[in-house]
Design a protein around this ligand. Sequence first.
Ligand SMILES: Cc1cc2nc3c(=O)[nH]c(=O)nc-3n(C[C@H](O)[C@H](O)[C@H](O)COP(=O)(O)O)c2cc1C
Length: 206
Amino acid sequence: MSDLPYVLVLYYSGQGATRALAERIAAGVESVAGVDARLRTVAPVSPTCEAVDPEIPAEGAIYADLDDLRNASGLALGSPTRFGNMAAPLKHFLDGTSELWLSGALIDKPATAFTSTSSLHGGQETTLVTMLMPLLHHGMVYAGLPYSETALTRTQGGGTPYGVSHLAGVRSDRPLDEHERELAFAQGARLARLTLALADARKGAS
Ligand SMILES: Cc1cc2nc3c(=O)[nH]c(=O)nc-3n(C[C@H](O)[C@H](O)[C@H](O)COP(=O)(O)O)c2cc1C
């Protein structure tokens, strides 16, 4: 692994749609010189507390641990929409971050969020707002998407000023469209630029 500062792209994805967004955001991050992207996922939540998941997931990124988050210089957080809210596995992971909150490990670091839904008006913005709240409690600086990204006004699918979103369709078979891809990439690149700027500002302040 390099010594460069990294953006943690942390997501949960049941069927792969949120993962596709995560990978595109990571490509945007990596397009900015001087910042790496680190893709990580979280384990599903089991209905029984005895169930233990394999250490390596069957597909996608490996599971995040607290150090991945503690040492990140920026964070992109992704979840499918579940009843207008973030999915339980991601919330479960975030509920285990009290130690980072107590030490202030994430204060003044930039963060953003992304989501995927089956229906166009099925709660993309509300889900992004549920993901914003724990980030604010951690003292992170939230960055959505500005309307200078003109795909925001042209999209017929996902894409919101709260963060990029994806319309996966009821059968979850709709790939990222041109505007969603453009916005996810732009969001990753913007987060990477903010990561460098805020890392410099934190150095200057200390
Ligand atoms: C329990 C549950 C609740 C869901 N709630 C919503 C919802 O509120 N709005 C919506 O449009 N889709 C909803 N969906 C569909 C998922 O958000 C959608 O299929 C998403 O693209 C899945 O992303 P993934 O492929 O990353 O798992 C729900 C799915 C499940 C399983």
